[in-house]
Design a protein around this ligand. Sequence first.
Ligand code: DHK
Length: 153
Amino acid sequence: MEMTKPIYVINGPNLNRLGKREPEIYGTTTLAEVEAMCVKAAGGRRIEFRQSNAEHQIVDWIHEAIDGGAGIVINPAGLTFTSIPILDALKMFPGPVFELHISNIHRREAIYHNSLVSKIATAVIAGLGPDGYPTAVAALARLLEAKAKGAGA
Ligand code: DHK
């Protein structure tokens, strides 16, 4: 049962404009191309790939993942530093949560330094550019595989 649950890849505000948005920081790869990279990296495990500019929608998708997802890769974008509702929702998620940022937030302006999500994240990936997404998905898929094997042993 657990092996069939998908990995949720959740994207926050402004990431719908990836490819055009500040390419010197976020690159020229579009979000659709990132989705294709994630599907490939998941190695046969299903992906639920989502993006919203609305905090409540992201909370609703985390709730959906609580019941039907094996793991979460989340780039909350600007909500990373402000959203207690997203933090509270992630606290309820029983599986691994990988926090992802395209840019190295720790090398940017101070407003990007204090991530609320990092307080509960299993792992944090920042600064790999769009390639951070398939890297996170592949690592999460391996972790789930190992857990399943461990549980099966
Ligand atoms: C994306 C954003 O929109 C910013 O608000 C973050 C993050 C950085 C990123 O690097 O993916 O702080």
